[in-house]
Structure formats: structure tokens, C-alpha cells
Design a protein around this ligand. Structure first.
Ligand SMILES: Cc1cc2nc3c(=O)[nH]c(=O)nc-3n(C[C@H](O)[C@H](O)[C@H](O)COP(=O)(O)OP(=O)(O)OC[C@H]3O[C@@H](n4cnc5c(N)ncnc54)[C@H](O)[C@@H]3O)c2cc1C
Length: 292
């Protein structure tokens, strides 16, 4: 288990901004993770769980609680026996790696999820999705660590999965693994579909810039990017943060943005879009720490 003090969260989030985590711990196995969480609970210490940090903005003032990174060492991916076309992946595995593994195994269903840069745990929490497929469509069940320290398996139906929402945070669960149910198909066809989704993404999204993907949730019957563009905010800057000129739904770090710049721009965009369209955008990005 690796323990770091005052670890710069800009190194662990795709926005590449934010202050330090007072304590940053990287458990190297599921057993280490379960035992670490048990001892933090017994001490009454607060903690937050980090996947790949691709949907997160951490305050410039940092965060006082312990950050637990779930990644390497908790990233097994394998086929489940029994001929059910199922893949088991631990929470720290990258979703892209799971989708690539599925393709090699001739299992279809995750092609559209391949380009989402998070971990399996983060994707379950967010019910991540793209191009008409969400985690909900392929997730069979999930193992979680409960607040009481129990490791339990839940069918996907008990996770209350809906648009970018799951019941994981409100229950204080930690995702340990996920099982995906997929359908047999030709590997070359699956790979071809994955390439098509990858090309679409590269064409539309500013993938060469630091961001957290879509900054805002999709408002009902509309698109955040369209509303932002119509409000005249394309390219709008706040310090080092900018509304992407390629895709207005993305706020990007142009190089030296602070978390305060990014947060300030998020608030400005939300307020101006509401003033112009009457629609209040809700952030999809999660915020850690104090932004007051
Ligand atoms: C370029 C780019 C493109 C993107 N495209 C998409 C897209 O097409 N579709 C989409 O849905 N999202 C997209 N995203 C957003 C992001 O990748 C997803 O939300 C992803 O699922 C987040 O996973 P993560 O591991 O990075 O989670 P993190 O950002 O690390 O964490 C997100 C939340 O999940 C919690 N969490 C993480 N792991 C666990 C765990 N094991 N147990 C309990 N809680 C946990 C964290 O506490 C936090 O609240 C994109 C982001 C980027 C940067």
C-alpha cells in the first residue's frame, strides 16, 4: 500500500487542476482496500474514493479527507465460466480495457463505452454512457463494500441506474467489481464498430485538451453544448479555463487553469445560459472540497 502526503490532485484528475489531498492512499489489492476502509472507519476518519479522476474537479484548497485511489492492483479482467458470455472486471480496471478485452473475446455490447476514460467503478457510479449505450444496458451485477464493511453482490436492478446516476454514492458503497453480460459476435466486426465510435469522438470532442468530458448533464429535450453555443459562449475564457471551440459542452483547461478558473467558468456558463434560455444546466462533473 502506497501512502502519499499532500499529494497534488492535479496529477490525478483529467482537468489537471486542483490542490492537494492531505493523505492519498493507493491500495494494491482488493484485500488491502477492504482492510484500509475498515481501519479508517474504526478511527472515524473521512475518506473519498477516486477512480481515474475523469469526472472530478478538486478545489484549489485541496481536500482534508483521505483519498483512496482504486486502480492498479484492483484491475483484474476475466471471462466468467459457464458459457454465459459474461466478463468480470474489478473496479480499478479501465473501462476501455474491459471493452477491448470483450472485443478480443468476441463479446459485443461495450463498443460505444470504449472511449470513456474512467474506471469500471467510476463508470458504475456515473452509469456512464455514450452513443446510446449506458452501463445499465450491459451490467449484470456488481460487488460493493457497504458502510458496515460487508462485501455484498447486488443485481444491477438494485443500483437504481438512470441517466448519469446510481445509488452507489447515497448508500456510501464502494464498488469492488462489476459483471457484464454481453452477446457473442465476430471480433473483427466489434473492433470495426469500436473504431467508428472512436473516430466520431475524435471528430467532435477536444480530446487533446484537459477536461472532464461533458461538463453539464443533458437537459431534457435539449443539449448543453447547443444551449451554451446559442448563449454566445463558444470560446469564452475565465483565466486559463475555456469553453471548447470544438464542442461547447466541454470546459477545457488551456494549460494553466486553476480549479477556481474552471469553477468560475462553470458558474458563469450556467448563469448566462439560464438568463438566455430559461434552462438551468446542472453539472455532471463532481466537485470535491470547498469552492465558496
Ligand atoms: C475526454 C473525456 C470524455 C468523456 N466521455 C464520457 C462519455 O462519453 N460518457 C460518460 O458517461 N462520461 C464521459 N466522461 C466522464 C468520465 O470519464 C466518466 O464519468 C467516468 O465514468 C468516470 O470514471 P472515473 O473512474 O474517472 O471516476 P472518477 O472521476 O474518479 O470519480 C467519479 C465519481 O465516482 C466515484 N467513484 C469512483 N470509483 C468508485 C468506486 N470504485 N466506488 C465508489 N465510488 C467510486 C468518485 O468518488 C466520484 O464521485 C468523459 C471524460 C473525459 C475526460
Amino acid at each position: 500500500m502506497k501512502k502519499l502526503i499532500n499529494e497534488d490532485m492535479g496529477r490525478h484528475t483529467s482537468f489537471r487542476a486542483g490542490g492537494p489531498a492531505a493523505v492519498y492512499i493507493i491500495p494494491e489489492s482488493r484485500e488491502e482496500l477492504v482492510s484500509l476502509v475498515g481501519s479508517l472507519r474504526r478511527e472515524g476518519s473521512r475518506y473519498s474514493v477516486l477512480g481515474n479522476g475523469t469526472n472530478l474537479l478538486v478545489s484549489d484548497r485541496g481536500i482534508a479527507e483521505t483519498v483512496i485511489e482504486i486502480g492498479k492492483g484492483i484491475d483484474f479482467i476475466g471471462l466468467l465460466g459457464g458459457g454465459d458470455s459474461c466478463i468480470l472486471a474489478e473496479a480499478g480496471a479501465s473501462l476501455s480495457a474491459v471493452a477491448s478485452f470483450a472485443a478480443r473475446m468476441g463479446l459485443s455490447g461495450m463498443e460505444a463505452l470504449h472511449g470513456i476514460p474512467g474506471t469500471v467503478g467510476g463508470a458504475v457510479v456515473m452509469n456512464a454512457g455514450a452513443y446510446g449505450t449506458e452501463m445499465k444496458d450491459v451490467l449484470l451485477c456488481c460487488e460493493v463494500l457497504t458502510k458496515e464493511g460487508e462485501e455484498i453482490q447486488l443485481p444491477a436492478g438494485e443500483l437504481d441506474l438512470s441517466y448519469r446516476h446510481s445509488a452507489v454514492p447515497e448508500n456510501g458503497w464502494i464498488v469492488l467489481s462489476a459483471t457484464f453480460r454481453l452477446s457473442p459476435a465476430e471480433p473483427s466486426e466489434i473492433q470495426q464498430r469500436m473504431r467508428e465510435f472512436r473516430d466520431k469522438r475524435a471528430e467532435k470532442q477536444p480530446l487533446d485538451k484537459a477536461s472532464a468530458g461533458s461538463t453539464f448533464r443533458r437537459p431534457s429535450g435539449n443539449f448543453a453544448g447547443r444551449l451554451i453555443e446559442e448563449a454566445g459562449l463558444k470560446g469564452c475564457r475565465f483565466g486559463g479555463a475555456q469553453v471548447s471551440e470544438k464542442h461547447c459542452g466541454f470546459i477545457i483547461n488551456e494549460g494553466n487553469a486553476s480549479a477556481g478558473d474552471i469553477y468560475g467558468l462553470i458558474c458563469h456558463v450556467r448563469d448566462l445560459v439560464e438568463e438566455k434560455s430559461g434552462i438551468r444546466l446542472e453539472p455532471e462533473v463532481k466537485f470535491w472540497g470547498d469552492f465558496s
